[in-house]
Design a protein around this ligand. Structure first.
Ligand SMILES: C[S@@+](CC[C@H](N)C(=O)[O-])C[C@H]1O[C@@H](n2cnc3c(N)ncnc32)[C@H](O)[C@@H]1O
Length: 313
């Protein structure tokens, strides 16, 4: 399956848990969800390992999915708030000659990240991303970290990161109202700095999403047996909801973004879209030359931009 963790990473995670009693790991898994959501802190070694087992598959899948949208070669990556270095695993199959720099404040996370023996050339730096000096890199990543910062720290960080992103700045947050509020805030900041948006937005005008709604997407992640144990879950998969922004220094092409599951009917399919002209619902019938391709599209995909309703039928 596309989003399954690489085998070497699954094996490294298994090696991490081999000396930890199962009951301790399950307990850490139970406490993890509430502790991390409330305090954004992981205290014990078991907490941190439980975090890796339950969250790495999802953050790996989302980072991999979003890096696939980058179609120009990139040679350097800076991961701010890198956790256990999930981005290394996600970038490796796409940009195998990349050099990555990972900045993380928690020394235990760094040593766990090192024990996972990631595949890509890289260096770790322990530091606080709100104060550390940021050097120019082709791509700068802030994955599931800006929700842990204060708004007053976030604004100067985004400015610094954007200035030093030679090609792209990628920001990912949980696909929740709170996660999206952070993305909306960052988007406003970046558009005031003249950025282009590669995805998900089809334009850099004001975000048309209603105040009480949130723009988010989803990836289905298979759960390993270890993951099921720590999460005390029985389902073989989970759906990871995320919000994101890929800001680009180079101009991007106009498209529309599918914002919900498409409604498929015999002979036509209806899409909820964000278009260069704002939010729209568009129906494509089988008479349209794009219909064959369009009926296979999913929530989160791009649809060609149709300027007028004549182009739709
Ligand atoms: C939710 S984890 C995400 C890890 C990784 N980016 C990923 O997507 O898998 C957030 C990480 O950011 C780190 N972090 C939070 N605030 C930070 C700061 N001010 N400076 C450096 N790291 C920070 C935390 O220690 C934690 O490892």
């Amino acid at each position: 399956m596309e989003f399954e963790l690489p085998l070497e990473l699954q094996e490294s995670l298994l090696a991490l848990v081999k000396d930890i009693p199962k009951a301790k790991l399950i307990q850490a898994g139970v406490e993890l969800t509430s502790n991390y959501r409330t305090h954004h802190s992981l205290f014990s070694k078991e907490d941190k390992i439980a975090y890796l087992i339950t969250r790495m598959p999802a953050t790996y899948a989302v980072i991999f999915h979003l890096l696939q949208k980058i179609q120009t070669p990139i040679h350097t990556l800076l991961d701010l708030g890198a956790g256990p270095g999930t981005s290394l695993w996600a970038a490796n199959p796409l940009f195998p000659s990349l050099f990555a720099t990972l900045i993380e404040k928690d020394p235990d996370m760094i040593s766990l990240g090192k024990r996972l023996s990631p595949p890509l050339s890289h260096k770790w730096k322990q530091g606080d991303i709100t104060t550390v000096e940021i050097a120019p890199h082709d791509l700068i990543l802030l994955s599931y970290v800006i929700g842990e910062l204060t708004i007053s720290d976030l604004s100067p960080l985004i400015e610094k990161a954007w200035k030093n992103a030679s090609q792209y700045l990628v920001i990912i947050e949980p696909g929740t109202p709170h996660g999206f509020e952070r993305i909306r805030f960052v988007r406003e900041k970046l558009t005031s700095l003249d950025c282009h948006i590669l995805a998900p937005c089809p334009h850099a005008n004001a975000c048309p999403m209603a105040k009480n709604d949130w723009c988010h997407f989803s990836r289905r992640i298979p759960r390993t047996s270890l993951h099921r144990i720590v999460k005390s879950g029985t389902l073989g998969h989970e759906d990871e909801k995320f919000s994101y922004l890929i800001a680009s220094k180079a101009p991007t092409e106009a498209h529309s973004r599918i914002l919900r599951h498409p409604q498929r009917n015999p002979g036509h399919v209806t899409f909820s879209l964000c278009t260069p002209n704002g939010l729209q619902t568009q129906t494509l019938s089988r008479k349209n030359k794009e219909y064959k391709k369009a009926k296979k599209l999913e929530w989160g995909d791009e649809l060609p931009y149709f300027k007028s309703s004549k182009e739709l039928t």
